[in-house]
Design a protein around this ligand. Structure first.
Ligand SMILES: Nc1nc2c(ncn2[C@@H]2O[C@H](COP(=O)(O)OP(=O)(O)O)[C@@H](O)[C@H]2O)c(=O)[nH]1
Ligand SMILES: [Mg+2]
Length: 319
């Protein structure tokens, strides 16, 4: 399959392989058990495979699609050896994901002609919003973009301090107010300051209190409305950050946030050190909103542009 032959950046790929290590070893451990003593893919193997996929956080709906595809293939090919199962899974999952148009990103990109390009970062507490902002700030800066950070998580003093640390580390300006101030006011100041500084990108942090959907929706709507007093059409992107290590919980959060507000892109963090990396497959299949970034570590370079083929390739590469 041609897309697997594509040469991805070696460092990036190695980091991804490394990050997915736990997910892979858990998945292949279960797969090996499921086919133990069997040479042929039959109904029993398919049942077990279904369980392996579901328990690997791929999600029920996506698992059913994958099993259907493999079943169809078995009925056509008549004989399918269990030794081929890994390769077949890889092909069918890549095929399934290719039906979604999104998820083929190659590099960090913002559209031409929008300046500043305002990215509002949302998600519940602890998923990795601030860290993702710091990493993105560095990567945009590396591309020669002028970045301004906005400390819109005014709920906790530590949240503002943490963003300040990233601003210092990456050496980009930050707009902040004191703890407890109105996040919409911080958003307003940030966009205004970015325009004054002729900045290219605004990364706006927000608080992640998902106490209830109505409150969340009201808060995010207000932030948007107030920043639109500075300039039309902002935010240009609403990036929802999900903690991949929470597996199906990440799925639930994606559902709730996309229902509460308009989300335009997703980042799935903490894929390193978890066995639940399969969740990315389900999320890319199930949501119309594209996964744009994945977090594979705490370091500044450990935020990757998500490419579904590269991901599937890493996931099914046993080496
Ligand atoms: N291992 C790992 N840790 C991460 C990743 N992204 C974020 N974290 C950690 O997750 C914790 C919470 O992140 P933070 O950015 O404060 O989350 P926020 O509350 O959503 O802003 C921090 O300790 C981060 O270092 C990742 O991709 N991998
Ligand atoms: Mg934070």
């Amino acid at each position: 399959m041609s897309f697997f032959k594509k040469i991805f950046s070696k460092d990036k790929k190695e980091k991804l392989d490394e990050g997915l290590e736990k997910s892979k070893s858990s998945f292949f451990g279960k797969l090996t058990k499921a086919v133990a003593g069997k040479s042929k893919v039959d109904d029993e193997v398919l049942d077990d495979l279904e369980e392996v996929l579901i328990s690997s956080d791929v999600g029920v709906a996506t698992t059913i699609k994958i099993i259907d595809r493999i079943e169809e293939r078995v009925s056509k090919d008549k004989y399918m050896g269990t030794d081929e199962l890994n390769q077949i899974l890889r092909e069918e999952i890549a095929g399934l994901l290719s039906e979604q148009e999104h998820g083929n990103y190659e590099s960090l990109h913002i559209p031409d002609g929008i300046k500043p390009y305002v990215i509002m970062v949302v998600g519940v507490n602890g998923v990795g919003k601030t860290t993702t902002i710091g990493k993105l700030a560095q990567q945009f800066k590396n591309k020669g973009k002028k970045v301004v950070l906005g400390a819109g998580d005014t709920f906790r003093a530590a949240a503002i301090d943490q963003l300040q640390i990233w601003a210092d580390r990456v050496d980009v300006p930050i707009v902040k107010q004191k703890m407890g101030s109105d996040p919409a006011s911080v958003a307003f100041d940030t966009v205004q300051s970015a325009i004054t500084q002729d900045a290219d990108v605004v990364l706006l942090d927000t608080a992640g209190r998902l106490h209830n959907k109505v409150n969340l929706m009201n808060e995010l709507t207000k932030i948007k409305r107030v920043m639109q007093k500075v300039t039309d059409n902002v935010p240009n992107e609403v990036l929802l950050v999900l903690d991949g290590s929470t597996g199906q919980n990440a799925f639930e959060q994606a559902k709730q946030f996309t229902a509460a507000t308009e989300v335009t892109s997703l980042a799935v963090t903490k894929l390193d050190g978890t066995a639940k990396g399969g969740v990315v497959i389900g999320i890319s299949d199930q949501f119309k909103v594209p996964v744009k970034y994945i977090g594979v570590g705490e370091g500044v370079d450990d935020l990757q542009i998500f490419n579904k083929f590269e991901f599937v390739d890493s996931f099914f590469n046993k080496a």
